[in-house]
Design a protein around this ligand. Sequence first.
Ligand code: SF4
Length: 416
Amino acid sequence: MTTALNLLTERFVEEPEDINSQKDYIAYSKYVHDYSPAIKRLLDLSEDYVPGAERAFKEGKPAVWCQANNFVPALLYSLGVTPVAYGEMGRYSVKEDMLIAEDIYQFPVETCSMVKCVVAQWHKRLKTGTINRILGNSSACEPFNLSWEVMRKHGYDVFNNEVIYRGPTVHGERLEQLVKFTMGQILDVAEWLTGTRAVDEEKLRVEIQRKNRLLGKLRQVLELRRTHPYYMKTLAIILTLNIGLNNYFGKPEEYEKAIDALIIELENTPVSEKDLKTVIPLVWAGGTGQEFGIYEAIDQAGGALLGLRSVPFRLYREDVPPLEALARWIYDNSGAGAGVYARNVLDSEVERLKARGVILYGYIGCSFASVDREMWRRYFHEKGLACINLEGSFQTGAPTGQVLTRIKAFVEMLAA
Ligand code: SF4
């Protein structure tokens, strides 16, 4: 049966440049993945992440706005609270949201669009009976620190944990002190959420085991994508890895079922020798945000995003108590601060995938991440690897023509 949605997406197949809303990109992505029930299910889960959590909250299920990565999802799920990634609200932002942040909350015009989008979305939700707690994270950045302080003044219940940072030379006793400090921070969050400064170690263990299981399964997906580079296109893999693997879109069991189904699909799909000959393996570093048109441009130009810097690769330790395992994972991973840790992840991805290029992406107005990106760009250029550094914005709408032209030209150059 031809539906209005199919007519719309058929038009987008002809003219993908005409898509300019994030909702339509997801509809289009489902359409082009019509052969894969698993990918369509993952896209459904992504689409319903924020609305689903808000619906459930109104029906009595606790939920908190948070970064929804690092130790937070395992802790929150173990406490029966849904972690809702505030960055995902960017998908619902419109250009006017910038004005809300600037005019009502006095954010300077040059503030990063991600922060302004999130602030405006929280503003629009004031007194609507939806999720009213924010778990901040001082390791994020100054504009975000400011955002939750502002929201506290306007009625949200805000808790902000301390900066988590491990310098490149921190080992031994100093590292042990940091681990202890972070365990205390995790207990502080638990106290804010439940009124008791304790965690249920058994429930936390179940969450750590889930996370480790899923890390293994997603590694399997990434390996299978090396021989099936075009089966799962860029938008779908970015949402599945960067959002889904962190917080399971608020529905852990359903996410895992969809991943299991995806593995079966990939294993049962014949390898195309032609695809393997023509594929241009790429690694992505930096933010991923809401400019879904960039991912489509990569697909259109024949690129295959096979590696992502923000994918957590290390397993949580299961040989130490669960609370300690959470703290240790942070310091063993790339999320603990110094840009050199993230660069090491990028480097090993480039080697593993024999990548032909690295795409660095960030948001206009972000002075923090732009320093890392510039260091990485220089490093890869010195190694002789093609690297492009892009800046985009966070609110909805199509990316600028300039960004799209640059990304297409970059991938086409690698193909040539
Ligand atoms: S892009 Fe930069 S300024 Fe914006 S939220 Fe992220 S770290 Fe902060």
